[in-house]
Design a protein around this ligand. Sequence first.
Ligand code: URA
Length: 232
Amino acid sequence: MDRLDKFLCDCGLGTRSQVKALLKSGRITVDGIAVKDGNIKINTQAACVCLDGERVSAAGTVVVILNKPAGYVTATEDATEPTVMQLLPTQLRKLDLKPVGRLDKQTEGLLLFTNDGELLHRLISPKKQVPKVYYARHEGTASQEDVLAFSEGLTLRDGSRCLPAKLKPLGAGESLISVCEGKYHQVRRMMASRGMPVTYLERREEAFLKLGDLPRGAVRVLTEEEIRLLGK
Ligand code: URA
């Protein structure tokens, strides 16, 4: 048994006084009931403690999905550019979350963050073959020869080799691309190597996770079940 306010601090939701303010605002629920008194004792193993309906947990693995808008760099800090960290709500910024891989400044879509270094490395390791699906608008139209070249593993213009990937033409100037690695500007360089420069790129899926109807710029904290399915 632990005091509710101490547990919320342990979850990284802020200092004692910030947690007190959160409780006062009625955004914290314990087993579905709004609780404003931080003095109450809870069974931290069994109680379902939520902030704005999302379960919080102490020192456990936290994974967040962001639907990244264009114009933000994937970095924890940058001297001149806005970073994806600025898109996280303040209570999540305290959790020492790191972006999982990177999306280019102009790329939109699914970007994961986690506080779990081991999970992060697993998700970005090409050895683990975690698929990432991108929607691209591009010059030209992808052909069956392009599909075959992707499936055999492309050679980029600088001579580097890519693992086999999937290309699905959607019609003139539109394709879905599925890759299991994350080289610098990978999809743009893959498409450029086939003479189809990308004009717009959005990541739609990573592992079994999909952007779904998450609005651009919004975040969602993964459930414990989703984290388990990611291999935790
Ligand atoms: N490939 C790219 O070229 N850019 C991204 O942001 C992600 C994958």
